[in-house]
Design a protein. Structure first.
Length: 306
């Protein structure tokens, strides 16, 4: 039986900026990978001057983003499903989101749609965002909430009985790809080998941003051979990622040398204990073990498929 991985994301392009190299690696290794996009990204700003000249960017942004998603899918090789909800955009000053948008729909309703996909695809592993959504976009937070609920109830025959035959997911991970450990490692390589590099300014800015975020990962997936595939998938989302985007300011050879990993935190497991780690956004002095002996190297570690 093939191993199966489901990654649940809020908008088209999120799958390419958060986990794309991991998906490309597992697809190459014969794992069945499905990406679920909860919304169509309809309220995302067009961040590429070249795309702004395309009449479709104003006339049919949803259609444009579907085309971009299809291109990224072809590059990375995963299966893809739309959950079917409308992008909420960022919350207003009073914390509200537009009526009928994804973040306004009760968790138990949206979770049923995801449970249906879980029972159809039968993933052994699910990946989604952490408790703060990676960052506090309403759709990212709601994506986290429905993913946790789907993980918890998809195997329960009494939950959503019309959503298909029960399937119990073995492990649930949170994406922790943007973390202080990675930034620190890159900074150390720059100081040691490239003291005059203009990249120091960029990394110093990232260091300040990451300063109060603990390294919470339990699992590091080596993606050194798949960084170019990740970049190609990001470029496919041209309305969101311009060719000169900051996503590309770090040379991949530097990343390979300093931190050739994508990081995840094991949040739930039915095949072993979940290591204690601080939750995202919580202050902590926990530091990863120096030789990394306690970290998993495979999201499927401990899972036996027949």
């Amino acid at each position: 039986m093939a191993k199966r991985l489901m990654a649940v994301h809020a908008h088209p392009d999120d799958e390419s900026s958060k986990g794309a190299a991991t998906y490309a690696r597992y697809v190459r290794e014969g794992v069945e990978v499905m990406v679920v996009s909860c919304t169509g990204g309809e309220r995302g700003d067009v961040l590429n001057e070249l795309v702004l000249r395309n009449p479709k960017s104003e006339r049919d942004i949803a259609g444009l983003r579907r085309e971009e998603m299809a291109a990224a899918q072809r590059i990375l090789g995963f299966e893809h499903r739309w959950l079917g909800y409308y992008d909420s955009g960022m919350a207003s000053e009073d914390g509200t989101v537009p009526e009928g948008s994804f973040a306004s729909i009760p968790v138990e309703i949206s979770a049923e749609v995801l449970v249906h996909l879980v029972r159809e695809f039968k993933p052994h592993v699910m990946v989604t965002y952490n408790e703060i959504g990676g960052y506090p976009h309403p759709d990212h937070i709601r994506c986290h909430e429905i993913s946790v609920r789907a993980y918890e109830v998809a195997g329960d025959p009494n939950a959503y009985p019309e959503a298909g035959e029960p399937w119990q997911v073995s492990k649930l991970y949170y994406d922790e790809i943007f973390n202080a450990g990675k930034v620190s490692a890159i900074k150390n390589v720059l100081v040691e080998k490239y003291p005059d590099s203009p990249l120091h300014e960029h990394i110093d800015g990232m260091t300040k941003w990451m300063r109060d975020r603990p390294y919470t990962a339990t699992t590091r997936v080596d993606v050194s051979d798949y960084l170019e595939a990740r970049d190609d998938a990001l470029r496919a989302h041209a309305s969101q990622v311009a060719p000169d985007s900051g996503w590309f300011f770090l040379p991949n050879d530097l990343v390979r040398e300093a931190w050739p990993y994508e990081d995840y935190r094991l949040a739930r497991s039915r095949v072993g204990e979940v290591p204690e780690r601080p939750a995202a956004g919580q202050a902590s002095d926990w530091v990863a073990d120096p030789d990394h002996s306690k970290l998993e190297t495979d999201l499927f570690q401990g899972i036996v498929t027949e």
